[in-house]
Design a protein. Structure first.
Lengths: 361, 518
């Protein structure tokens, strides 16, 4: 009965693909309305796929998306919606930039130190939301959204007040003190693809093993599927909430590291902006599965990378942002519709299989 | 025993002829013949899964039959929606009440059928007047301005009936209305129904409780395996014949007990007090004392909500206790968490398999693994062994006769009886020392019921200690070695099942005469 499992995979992938297709169609209509030629736009957009530089950029852009999608997905697996990845990432960015610049270590250790600081601070920020939910029953959607604002304001204030470095003459952008080169995460392709890509892939692999192959992951999924049933078997729901919030926050801390350790090497105001939020879209499209997340992150990364080419054709590159938004909406709607249809199909099939078996006996 | 009933004048209230209805893979109803005379209480009896509810949904317009004709008051009808059935004077009182707690009785009754004045405002005065007339005809005495949250179960049911009458129903369908009532409330319900019938209404009464059907109903149609098998009256049959018509053969018998109660006390509850979740309210459990020996089934009778749920949760360590001790095999459990207690051999068939028993969207093999993550054959270190778990799941499915195409289908695809067998199988698979079984056969078909009873009995004979919580008094009397009655958070009676009768239990369950506990 392995084909049962295969069918589930097929149905799941098909519904995500359908969502992307629907989004492309809707965007085509939008392009038509604005007087642009959708065929030309799409051939420009997807024609860039052959370009090796575009592909390198795609992987580079996909790196933070994979990590932030994993951060969101681990919460989703037990019905926790961590919308606070952006805030957790921002707190971790500043903390890591400051701590990393303050000490001196040999290269691999320095990078490791930075990653640990990032994960710890992200986890601490997420712990507030977890604590509020466990102790006071505050819905994590509300608290993480609120904590995003707190994080953004707090980080902006702390950065402006304490951590801005003196600019070299002629440089307008305000930054923190630059990290020593020992903390720089090496590039795979100079200035195009950073090595953090491998960390992101590693995160997805570990995510898979943890959630699908361990006792803890099983309990996590059981708590998400039916908290009541998990509770009576002795899974402590509060403990699960706290642990998954901490893990989600720790991953959120890593999201900005490609930008910080691999690119800018100092904190600045718009560093890694939106990458925490975009992870939600990637996790939704990827159905919270590592492989789905990987593919979705590549797609979103590609759209971001190739959108620049649209401007050459006088097509606003914001069309890809619209596309991203519509994909998310389409995913949510189509997934639900497909799930209902598939549930019925499975039920009918089970009933049919049993009827024939009863007759056969 | 069939169509030789006295001839009648005028059209029948309801006549169903040759009705069939199938769902993919399942024939729910076929060649149904039903004749309901006006002004009678007509019982439709049959085991769970006999097709009673499907049939009533057909009559109420919730789905359309594949075949056959429906005649109401002499007119052939085809209902596409319940709204059309209501317009034809048919009303349905569902088993699960559909009332808004925070609204008054009036508001609940008129909801969706509000009388309005010409400016669109609700005319509460007119509504109240009409409701009071209806209440008088029912013999109901409560104030229609009361909030529904303040009503008891029996009164809520009365409100449901009023709701249907308010919409002009002359033919009432009641779907297992007595399932939630204690014997005394059942009597009140039938008094109400008798008044309705005298006023010219017709009642179709779905049940699988033979006693009340024989006592209170005028005519009986028996259903078995999707079709009507007999049409009779209480005067023409006795309990035993009716039961055999329903089941098609001899009744599955819960009894057959030889005492094999062991000497050692497996589960001991001493002086247990548990606070209510509502601050300031009285205790949920007061001074509970229970001993369950090895090889013993101790039954707990009681109307739901009298502390049975809290008792199970306290024993499992899911709910804090105020005072008292709970011991398993002599060792006190204070301070050990639920997981530890389970490791000590405590197993639990939860009250509601959907809410606490199953992961409905997950495949069966994950469901049979739930709660057994410490089982050494199914896991290595922190990792789970998917293949072993799937093989183990197949063993459980086979041993407990769960009807399923494979262990890969999600749990929601199974019928209720098979889901329950899966839960029972999982809880028995870890070879427990003590089993807390809450309603182990609720809502399952006869076959599954006797399979589960057999499992419980043979496990008991192998030395399992069982605390059996049930609303099915025959199950309690048939399986238990001792029956305790819970009322209002206390144990109010300790009875010998050989001498206990459902009537006695009913009295104790509603707080009648209290004998000293234990």
């Amino acid at each position: 009965m392995k084909n049962q499992r295969l069918q589930r995979v097929l149905v799941t992938s098909a519904s995500s693909l359908l969502a992307v297709f629907v989004a492309l169609c809707i965007c085509a209509v939008i392009l038509l309305i604005t007087g642009k030629d959708p065929i030309q736009a799409y051939s420009t957009l997807f024609g860039a796929a052959g370009d090796i530089k575009v592909l390198q950029g795609t992987l580079n852009r996909a790196t933070p998306l994979m990590i932030s999608a994993a951060a969101v997905a681990i919460g989703f697996k037990m019905n926790l919606f961590n919308i606070g990845v952006e805030g957790q990432m921002r707190v971790a960015l500043l903390a890591t930039a400051v701590a990393g610049a303050a000490i001196d270590l040999p290269a691999p250790l320095h990078i490791l130190f930075c990653l640990v600081v990032a994960m710890a601070t992200g986890a601490i920020w997420a712990a507030f939301a977890g604590w509020l939910k466990v102790k006071r029953g505050v819905n994590e959607v509300i608290s993480t959204i609120m904590l995003n604002f707190v994080a953004l304001s707090l980080v902006a204030w702390a950065f402006d007040s304490f951590f801005t470095a003196d600019n070299a003459p002629g440089v307008l952008l305000v930054k923190t003190k630059e990290l020593p080169p020992s903390a720089w995460f090496p590039d795979i392709v100079e200035r195009r693809l950073n090595g953090m890509f491998f960390i992101a892939v590693l995160v997805l692999i570990l995510f898979y093993v943890l959630v699908w192959k361990t006792k803890f992951g099983f309990q996590l999924r059981a708590s998400g599927a039916n908290p009541g049933a998990a509770r009576v078997t002795g899974v402590n729901p509060k403990r699960m909430v706290m642990i998954s919030m901490l893990m989600s926050g720790a991953l959120a801390g890593l999201v900005g590291m490609r930008a910080l350790l691999g690119d800018v090497h100092a904190y600045q105001n718009n560093l890694a902006e939106q990458q925490g939020f975009n992870g939600i879209a990637v996790a939704l499209l990827g159905r919270n599965h590592p492989l789905g997340i990987f593919i979705s992150a590549l797609l979103f990364g590609y759209l971001g990378e190739a959108s620049g080419r649209l401007q050459l054709e006088d097509i606003p590159k914001e069309i890809t942002t619209i596309m991203t938004g519509i994909i998310v909406l389409a995913v949510v709607i189509i997934n639900e519709a497909v799930k209902r249809w598939d549930d019925k199909r499975i039920q009918h099939k089970a009933a049919l299989a049993l009827a024939t078996r009863v007759v056969a006996q | 025993m069939s169509e030789n009933l006295e001839s009648h004048s005028g059209p029948l209230a309801v006549e169903l002829h040759g009705i069939s209805k199938s769902f993919p893979g399942v024939i729910a109803n076929y060649s149904i013949e039903l004749m309901v005379r006006p002004g009678t209480i007509h019982a439709i009896v049959g085991e769970n899964g006999a097709g009673k509810s499907t049939l009533m949904k057909t009559l109420y317009g919730m789905h359309q039959p594949d075949d056959g004709t429906i005649t109401v008051n002499g007119h052939a009808v085809q209902f596409k929606t319940p709204t059309e059935a209501i317009a034809a004077g048919i009303g349905m009182v569902h088993q699960h009440f559909m009332l808004a707690d925070n609204l008054t009785i009036i508001e609940n009754i008129i909801l969706g059928a509000e009388p309005t004045d010409n400016r669109g405002r609700i005319n509460f005065g007119a509504a109240r007047e009409r409701i009071e007339v209806l209440m008088a005809s029912l013999g109901a005495t409560f104030d229609p301005g009361t909030n529904v949250s303040e009503l008891g179960v029996g009164q809520r049911q009365r409100v449901e009936i009023l709701k249907v009458l308010y919409r002009g129903a002359k033919i009432l369908i009641l779907d297992e209305p007595t399932a939630v009532l204690v014997p005394q409330e059942v009597e009140e319900l039938f008094e109400t129904l008798k008044r309705l019938v005298l006023d010219g209404s017709t009642v179709i009464f779905i049940s699988h409780k033979l006693d009340e059907v024989l006592t209170y109903c005028d005519e009986i149609t028996v259903m078995r395996q999707g079709t009507t098998v007999a049409h009779t009256t209480p005067a023409q049959v006795d309990r035993r014949t009716l039961a055999q018509l329903m089941v098609g053969s001899d009744l599955p018998d819960p009894s057959g007990r030889e005492t094999k109660v062991g000497e050692d006390i497996r589960l001991q509850v001493l002086g247990l007090n548990v606070a209510s979740e509502i601050p300031g309210a009285k205790l949920s459990l007061r001074d509970i004392n229970i001993n369950v020996h090895s090889g013993e089934i101790v039954g707990i009778a009681g109307v739901e909500g009298n502390g049975q749920f809290e008792l199970c949760e306290a024993i499992l360590g899911l709910r804090p206790k105020l005072s008292g001790t709970i011991s398993v095999g002599g060792s006190e459990l204070s301070g050990s968490d639920t997981r530890t207690r389970r490791e000590m051999g405590l197993s639990y068939i939860a009250f509601d398999r959907h809410r606490e028993g199953l992961l409905l969207d997950s495949p069966l093999w994950e469901n049979t693994f739930l709660g057994r993550e410490e089982n050494a054959t199914l896991t290595v270190g922190p990792f789970i062994k998917n293949r072993s778990i799937e093989a183990d799941s197949r063993v459980i499915i086979e041993r407990f006769g769960v009807l399923t195409p494979s262990e890969q289908v999600p749990a929601f695809a199974l019928s209720g009886g098979n889901q329950q067998k899966l839960v029972v199988g999982r809880e028995m698979a870890s070879d427990p020392k003590i089993l807390l079984a809450a309603h182990p056969t609720r809502g399952v078909d006869v076959g599954a019921q006797s399979a589960i009873w057999d499992e419980l009995r043979s496990a008991r004979d192998r030395g399992l200690a069982v605390l059996l919580i049930s609303a099915d008094l025959e199950e309690l009397i048939g399986l238990s070695d001792r029956i305790l009655v819970m009322f209002d958070g206390q144990i109010t009676a300790d009875l010998d099942p050989n001498t206990a009768t459902p009537e006695m239990l009913g009295t104790y369950m509603t707080g009648g005469e209290i004998v000293s506990p234990l």
